[in-house]
Design a protein around this ligand. Sequence first.
Ligand code: SF4
Length: 475
Amino acid sequence: MRQQSMFFKARVGEKLADVRLQANLKTAKGKFVDMRAKAVVDYNAQADADFEALRSAGEQVRRRVVENLDVWLELFEREAQARGATVLWAKDGGEICRHVLDIAERHGVRKAIKSKSMLSEEADLNAALSAAGVQPVETDLGEYILQIAGNEAPSHIIAPVMHKNVDEVADLFAKTHNKPRKTDIPALTREAREVLREHFVSAEMGISGGNFLIAESGSVALVTNEGNGRMVTTLPKVHVVVTGVEKVVPTLEDFATLMRLLPRSATGQAISNYVSLLTGTKAGGDPDGPEHMYFVLVDNGRVGLLGSEFEDMLRCIRCGACMNHCPVYQTIGGHAYGWVYPGPMGSVLTPLFTGLENALDLPHASMLCNQCGVVCPVKIPLPDLLRKLREKQTDDGLRPLSERLALRAWGWVAARPALYALAAKIGVRYLNWLAGGRDRIEVLGVAPGWTAGRDFPAPQGRTFKELYAKNRKSA
Ligand code: SF4
């Protein structure tokens, strides 16, 4: 996927002006939020159940993984190989593609069916497969729609086609499948299923992601709401799992803890429709399953986060709750972020994976309201991480000189209370003068960018310092 995270601001403007996208986002807005809220209430209604305690347990599982990542990965490799799988390691997108193409060549693969894999997006795997003469066919409904729409990028990590409405999909299906246009969702799904069935039975290779890798059994866990994952992983003679190294968990019990969190946080379901644990190759007596199973375990920037101030991000279980609850994501959708991961988790991961200098605006694509931090099932402090990235950008000289000087001046004044109080008084007078008696300021002289798209509220009543002093006195 071509990286466009440098153009965030320009893309935001485009997305805000896109009437159809805005209507689609409005329809989707709040659905996942409401469903998660209900799932939490339902969970807490069970005897001795406390969702906050569950979040803490999930956080602890993921902390234990990150603290000893090498130990769990070595155990996983040993157990997976003992069950007939081959474990390969990829340091970046290029190596992912090389491994998958080598496997395809070794087994004479002409067609590869795929279930959802964000790592495949990181590596632009479909383009590499096509260039090598292997036809990639996406079988997750959302990903399939994006593929026939001309290899569009997903706009959400669990609902990749969130930016499209039924009418757009109906037009696309009628054009691509050359069949009468339908707008009934079950009929559209049936049509996609009929088209895909032929690919399921003719592909020689299945490529999937992996929600979790279970170290003690060498298994991969797939959590989906569509049956395509099972077909991709069991029908072709070769199954390739492409997933990040941080997806490992020590035991099946740890997996069970995270499974109580993942669907509830993602879609508000107590459990997803399909939870598959795939262990090793087809053994004697098995009616189905792959004859060859490969794991491509990917670094692509993850290992570098170990021991750093951004290590917390490795706990992410890709549930999407942070973007569902983010007012910025809700307003602009996922494509504006310009790379694989949108929303708050993407605003942290993209600069870390692709370079801070290649995603200058993303750490600022947040109001730091902490909605994301509150709902994250593994308690990743996303606003803190965004703030640290902002600090790092400033320290590394990556922000405009005017901004760095302004921040330095503000820091100097803020460290001197008397001067700060005086500056605040002057500032309030200046803003009141600009407001001219109205309660909104339409053009902010010193920062016109602020008021280019919205009014600035004029100061009302007393300053915070005055109120604090008064309350302290009366207390
Ligand atoms: S950062 Fe947290 S909320 Fe966001 S996708 Fe990852 S686990 Fe889910």
